[in-house]
Write a protein that binds this ligand. Sequence first.
Ligand code: FEO
Length: 172
Amino acid sequence: MKDIARQGMSIKVESMDLLNSQIKMEAHASATYLAMASWCDQNGFFTSAKFFRKQSEEEREHMMKIFDFLIDAGGSPFSPEVTGINHDYASIVDVFESTLDHEIAVTKSIHNIVMKAREVGDIATERFLDWFVMEQVEEENTIRDILDMISVTGTEGVGLQVIDDHVGNWMD
Ligand code: FEO
């Protein structure tokens, strides 16, 4: 990007570069959750499949929120290349544990951008990310609650089907 164009931005260059990386991370999450929806559907976890389809849509919305913010701030959002999507999971427990790992990584990344924005005095980016910080608290909490439910229900006998039915409790 030309230096003159960067000077016309109301966000700092450091923030823009990190937000473009975050766009890619949200796109990767969206694609990953779609792969999980496919795995759940193929393995008879139909409610979980709907849950992950919806998560996938929400991650794309997160991506577009950042994309639009960069446009509004005079920056240059990139359309991300998404590769390396895992389609293989050992079990439904593995799916939800991987989801928690993924969300924790996203939280760390968002916090890192907040800290950087603060460091370079980019107040607009810091304020913009407030919503993401709270969204991550909610998302991590949802997945932890589902993992607690799985551990209480157990995976023996009809447990797996009960788990799938209960996942519906976390869908709006
Ligand atoms: Fe948009 Fe769940 O991270």
